[in-house]
Design a protein around this ligand. Structure first.
Ligand SMILES: Nc1nc2c(c(=O)[nH]1)N[C@H]1C(S)=C(S)[C@@H](COP(=O)(O)OP(=O)(O)OC[C@H]3O[C@@H](n4cnc5c(=O)[nH]c(N)nc54)[C@H](O)[C@@H]3O)O[C@H]1N2
Ligand SMILES: Nc1nc2c(c(=O)[nH]1)N[C@H]1C(S)=C(S)[C@@H](COP(=O)(O)OP(=O)(O)OC[C@H]3O[C@@H](n4cnc5c(=O)[nH]c(N)nc54)[C@H](O)[C@@H]3O)O[C@H]1N2
Ligand code: SF4
Ligand SMILES: [Mo]
Length: 743
């Protein structure tokens, strides 16, 4: 029996875990008490890894559609089929007829996160879509515009804070997002014990709210109004002198913009009275170590980009940005754009470098927004998408307008899914390629460590070699790239990759102030040559990173350091990074943009509008993971039912009790779903979780199909995307509700 260190990597908490392994089977998964970040925490999902790995419904070999059915085949046969079909599409319609979609599970998979952009490049397409445009793009775009780097993502320095505002986030159940802070409730508890406070702003009294010092119900999408009132108040209080504030361009314009947003002017619209707004703003200003943190409820609503911008303004005007215990920019161990090259200045950031074919949607962070994916597939004409490579995602269930997305995907000439299950999307594929089991993968949560509450990293080495029927995701993606480039699936992928790495190394030796500026690229390649191909990339990124040894030019870490410390390498608490971390062209915080002025005008108009009778919001569930994790019996739980929660007052008016069927509709469509009467909801708000609707699986995943739930995205549309980012609006839609009369 072995005890094997791993990182759970199922969600963004990235908890250290220890697996008990016997005869190649995982018997048990427990918390790793020695992990410097998670310190002995895991949740029910982490503990269910043995069930996940043993699930008989998992895809373990490539599947190819034959006579309408997905049948197990060899990798060679699957690749040969893809090569034939893709070559024909490329020859007839060109590279823009191909596309890539990357889902959430890619953020937890080192290989997929490392190579997905290369796959789109190899295909030669700009049709790269990711779940980020149903999620955090407004945050990333604001970070890009203000700080010059889309990954300049600050987090609450929770372990040293005395006050944290949590807006539109429920880390008690999501386990934290764009904030790697495992065991969040424990961290919050410690904060309370040292006299600190937490305040939750949410239309629903969530599990996080029930553990917070204060809960402030807020009208859905009311955050921008509220934060504008707070920012206005802070400016009146006289902002403190901080480095962050001294770096902000054109504070006068911002003051002018915010002048009309008095607490009195915004109170009714956000549902928080003026006195409370002033009290909260004053507390924020007077507490030295305070942070404002916002997540999905702030980035997928009516004013997503504006809300993110206002959060920046509030953090800055309260004196909280880049100070210990405030909102701080992490310094990841792997080199990032804002840790290499000349510090404090850079190339800046823009949106809309290219536009989509049908609606002219802008490019955002190098990708096309999901809001235009279905129309790019189902609108005929030159450039119509005919092939999709879907990596670790389930767009049919995750994306608004499920019906259109499903029909568009049905109409493709080629759908290849890299997945571990035949979910709603993969079950429609021509080819499904499986990721290897956990014990046969190495992992490093490279994506997540960009927003971790300490400067930390944990590398998990591969426990056992791949079996003959298994392939690493790296190999799969490189073979798909080789096919796309016409080299054939059996090309020498290591040689192809080495050529790319050599070019990256050479480029870095030319970057001023890089850790290897002026060095001989051949010397660096030789230093990397003893490692496995994937490890070469990791080692390179770590050694030129802020804590790296610069290939012998200074004392520091390398991949070897991480290998010797499987419980994680902790490079200490967050440090102040302004102005060094800026990569704007001006070297300042560029906060004034026309779009913000326009959005504030839209907000002003909204303040005077009549509110809908019912507003729909989402809800994450502890034992779920978006559209998956529903196939494990052990994860079923009374708190994980797919219900529409409504307030008792609304229920009484509608004559509804828990269990009655409700018809919830938008002008687009209606769904019928059981009601759950709950006083956690503000009146007029209805909450439905996403990720359900497994009737589409036709019984394929046994447990999930037996308890299918209803897909809320059937009634969610793209009618009003965020104007700047085209991010999906998944919270705050007006809906109608009626009791469904049954005979
Ligand atoms: N209405 C509504 N819609 C939403 C949301 C909402 O709040 N409300 N949330 C949005 C958000 S934030 C997101 S991130 C998206 C998520 O959108 P998606 O990422 O498209 O959906 P997931 O359900 O997370 O799909 C993950 C897929 O990865 C597969 N998978 C799991 N592990 C692995 C692995 O190791 N390897 C491979 N290859 N595949 C794996 C799973 O089987 C599943 O098919 O949904 C969005 N959609
Ligand atoms: N157990 C579990 N964990 C997960 C996931 C999962 O499906 N299950 N999904 C993962 C993913 S992909 C993500 S992106 C993260 C998300 O992580 P979080 O953002 O922490 O999770 P949510 O539960 O979506 O929290 C959003 C909150 O916003 C509230 N809300 C809705 N509209 C508004 C609004 O207008 N204003 C305010 N202030 N609040 C509003 C909702 O009531 C909800 O409580 O979770 C990740 N972790
Ligand atoms: S919180 Fe997330 S990373 Fe930690 S054990 Fe649970 S699912 Fe895994
Ligand atoms: Mo997400």
């Amino acid at each position: 029996m072995d005890h094997v260190r791993t990182t759970c990597s199922l969600c963004e908490a990235s908890c250290g875990a220890v697996m008990t392994v016997e005869d190649g089977r995982i018997l048990k998964v427990a918390a790793d008490r020695e992990d410097a970040l998670s310190g002995g925490f895991i949740c029910a999902k982490g503990a269910a890894i043995p069930d996940l790995e043993a699930d008989p419904d998992r895809v373990r070999t490539p599947l190819l559609r034959k006579n309408g059915e997905l049948m197990p085949v060899s990798w060679e046969e699957a690749y040969a089929f893809i090569d034939d079909r893709l070559s024909a599409i490329l020859a007839e319609h060109g590279p823009q007829a191909t596309s890539v979609y990357v889902g959430n599970a890619a953020a937890h998979n080192l290989n997929i996160i490392t190579y997905f952009e290369d796959l789109a490049k190899a295909l030669g397409t700009t049709n790269l879509f990711t779940a980020a445009s149903l999620d955090q793009n407004p945050r990333q775009v604001m970070s890009g515009l203000l700080y010059g780097d889309e990954f300049a993502l600050y987090v609450p320095d929770i372990d040293r804070s005395q006050l944290v505002w949590i807006m539109g986030a429920n880390p008690a159940e999501s386990n934290g997002s764009m904030m790697v802070a495992p065991g969040f409730l424990g961290r919050m508890q410690k904060m309370h014990e040292r006299g600190g406070r937490t305040v939750v702003f949410d239309p629903r009294h969530t599990m996080t709210a029930s553990r917070a010092s204060e809960y402030v119900p807020i009208t859905p999408s009311g955050d921008a109004a509220f934060l504008a009132g707070v920012a206005h108040t802070l400016l009146k209080l006289g902002p403190p002198k901080t480095t962050a504030l001294s770096l902000v361009d054109d504070v006068a314009t911002i003051e002018e913009w915010l002048a009309p947003f008095t607490p009195e002017a915004v109170a009714e619209a956000c549902g928080i009275d003026a006195e409370t707004i002033v009290r909260l703003a004053t507390e924020l200003r007077e507490t030295e170590a305070a942070a404002v943190y916002g997540r999905l409820g702030t980035t997928t609503q009516l004013f997503s980009s504006l809300t993110c911008w206002l959060m920046d303004m509030v953090n800055i005007f309260a004196g909280n940005l880049d100070v210990i215990g405030g909102s701080m920019f992490p310094k990841p161990l792997l080199a990032q754009p804002n840790t290499i090259g000349p510090s404090g200045v850079g190339a800046g950031f823009t949106v809309g470098k290219w536009k989509s074919r049908v609606s002219g949607a802008p490019e955002v962070v190098g990708q096309m927004p999901m809001a235009c994916m279905a129309e790019e597939m189902d609108t005929p004409g030159e450039g119509q998408i005919r092939a999709l490579f879907c990596l670790a995602g389930n767009p049919i269930t995750a994306s608004p307008d499920t019906q259109r997305m499903a029909a568009a995907i049905d109409g493709l000439d080629l759908l290849v899914c890299l997945d571990i299950y035949q979910g709603e999307t993969a079950s429609k594929a021509d080819v499904v390629l499986p990721s290897p089991p956990r014990l046969a993968r190495a992992n490093y949560d490279a994506y997540l460590y960009r927003f971790t509450v300490r400067n930390y990293g944990r590398y998990t080495q591969q426990y056992r070699p791949l079996e003959t029927h298994e392939r690493s995701d790296r190999e799969t993606l490189l073979r798909l790239m080789a096919i796309a480039q016409g080299h054939g699936w059996d090309a020498d992928i290591d040689a192809l990759e080495d050529a790319t790495l050599a070019a990256t190394v050479e480029a870095m030796t030319l970057v001023p102030e890089s850790a290897i500026e002026g060095r001989d690229p051949a010397e660096i390649m030789t230093a990397l040559s003893t490692l496995e191909p994937m490890e070469r990339r990791m080692d390179f990124g770590l050694r030129i990173g802020p804590f790296g040894d610069g290939f012998g030019s200074r004392k520091g870490i390398s991949l070897q350091t991480l290998k010797e410390s499987p419980q994680g390498v902790d490079c200490g608490p967050l440090v102040s990074r302004l102005p060094e971390s800026l990569r704007t062209t001006s070297g300042r915080i560029e906060a004034v943009h026309d779009i913000i002025g326009a959005e504030l005008n839209r907000l002003t108009r909204w303040l005077g509008e009549t509110r809908p009778r019912f507003t729909l919001i989402g809800r994450r569930q502890l034992r779920s993971n978006n559209s998956w994790f529903h196939n494990l019996k052990r994860m079923q739980h009374p708190t994980r039912e797919c219900t529409a929660q409504i307030n008792p007052l609304d229920a009484a008016k509608l004559g509804v009790t828990s269990g009655d069927l409700l018809r919830v509709s938008t002008p687009k469509a209606a769904i019928d779903i059981p009601a759950e009467v709950s006083d956690t909801l503000s009146p007029g708000v209805v909450s439905i979780p996403h990720g359900w609707g497994h009737e589409m699986l036709d019984g394929k995943l046994n447990v999930a199909s037996a308890n299918p739930g209803v897909n809320v995205n059937r009634i969610v549309n793209y009618d009003d995307v965020d104007p700047l980012t085209w991010n999906g609006r998944l919270n705050g839609m007006p809906v109608d509700i009626a009791k469904l009369e049954t005979n």
